[in-house]
Every structure is written in C-alpha cells, then in structure tokens.
Design a protein. Structure first.
Length: 245
C-alpha cells in the first residue's frame, strides 16, 4: 500500500490530529479536546449508519461533502442542537480536514468540498448589562453580618469589577491577590491565558477585610467551598458549608 493510500485511511489521520495538532501544536485545553472527541464520536456513528462501513475501515473518501453536510443537518434536526452547536461541530471538522489536506493529497478534491460547506447563520443575541444602581443593589443584597454574606458580597463585587466568569472566580487562590501600592489580581482566563487585573480601592478594602476571615494559607481558595474554621470577630468558629452561586 502506498503512502498516499495509507494517509487516506481515517483512523491513523484522526489519531495524529489529536496527538500532533491538538496536543503538540495547539496545546488545546481538556475541554476543547473533549468537545472535538464528542463531535467525531457522533460523526463516526452517523457515518457507520449511513454507509455500513465500520469506523476502523472508513477513509477520507467516505467522509465526502454530502455525508458531512447530512451529518451537520442531523445534529440540528435529529439531535435538536442549535445552529451555534452545529457551527461548533463544523469548526472541529474543518480543523481536522485542513490538517488532513496536507497529509492526504490524494483526497484533496473531496477535502476541498468539505471545507467549502458554509457555517449556518445564527441570530445575534443582545447582551444586557446591569446599570450602576442595579449592580450596587446586587452587591448590597447579602447579609454582611454573616461570614457567608461577606463572602457573597465580595464574590459579586469582584465579578462585576473584573468581569471574570464564575468558573474563573471560584478557582482563585489567596495568593492570586497582591495587596500593595499597585494592588492586582492574577488569574488564568479563557484559552488558559494569564491575566493581571488592577484592583480598585473599594475592592482592595473588601479583599483586605475578607482575608482576615480566612486561614493564612497562601495557596488556599479565596472563596472556599468546603466546611472550615474561619475567623470571626477575633474568635474562631465553624463555618457552614458554602455553595458558590
């Protein structure tokens, strides 16, 4: 079997795509790789049903534009996926077929037709924002006479001031905060990019007070989610289990 024929086999190409491009070149996140894997799992299942060919025996030629287009339509009509989810699956497939185009020249005609499949238009969602009075009312809602209330107030305040996602807020550690002449917060944002965010004076004031409520463990969570001893009015007491909103 020639090199071209070997590279047109789907299984080794797909394996190289995950290990070579996603892992080595793109350093893709676990979530990205899981999403891509899910797309291909659904595609291989659909292809087997449509062609009668087992996934291990499929070639790139079997995954032509007609089959890929029907699969994307299947995601919407049969699985009930939104156009946005369909487009995300298309993006995963485009990434693979672009990778394959350099490694399976004998299948370039079929690959080009797949790459020409357009994205589906989606409705633009209007993003709403809280007004200043609404944000202030939200921050003032927790009962700050309790440890949980002080925690929730800071969580809301920090989220509004920094624009961090809930998932980014909940993984912050005590040593993510630098209090000083140039107070700042360090975090890992979307795409695992390191971000440094300056903190406003009122935020620094709340953080300083909150840190006195936490054990002095630099690598401990800034917003604990388990029962622990916390300081309150100079005395230690047992905290209730906390649930991050």
């Amino acid at each position: 079997m020639g090199t071209g024929a070997m590279m047109s086999d789907l299984a080794p190409l797909l394996q190289r795509f995950f290990t070579d491009k996603l892992d080595r070149h793109l350093n893709a996140s676990v979530n990205t790789k899981a999403a891509y894997a899910d797309t291909f799992r659904l595609l291989l299942t659909y292809a087997q049903q449509a062609t009668g060919i087992a996934p291990s025996a499929l070639t790139l030629a079997d995954l032509d534009a007609d089959l890929i287009g029907a699969f994307l339509q299947h995601l919407e009509t049969d699985r009930g996926n939104s156009a946005t989810t369909r487009n995300a699956g298309r993006a995963a497939l485009r990434s693979f077929f672009t990778y394959a185009s350099y490694r399976a020249p004998d299948a370039i005609a079929s690959i080009s037709q797949v790459l020409a499949i357009p994205a589906k238009r989606t409705k633009t969602t209007l993003v709403s924002f809280l007004t200043t009075p609404e944000a202030e009312a939200l921050i003032a809602a927790p009962d700050t006479h309790t440890w949980l209330g002080r925690r929730d107030r800071l969580l809301l305040h920090l989220g509004i001031q920094t624009g961090l996602r809930v998932s980014e807020l909940t993984i912050l550690r005590i040593d993510s905060i630098l209090i000083g002449p140039h107070s700042q917060l360090e975090c890992v944002g979307k795409g695992r990019k390191q971000r440094v965010i300056p903190l406003q004076k009122n935020t620094v004031k709340l953080l300083t007070a909150w840190l006195t409520d936490l054990p002095s463990t630099p690598d401990g969570p800034l917003f604990p989610t388990s029962t622990r001893l916390v300081k309150s009015s100079g005395a230690e007491r047992s905290a209730l289990p906390m649930v991050v909103p």
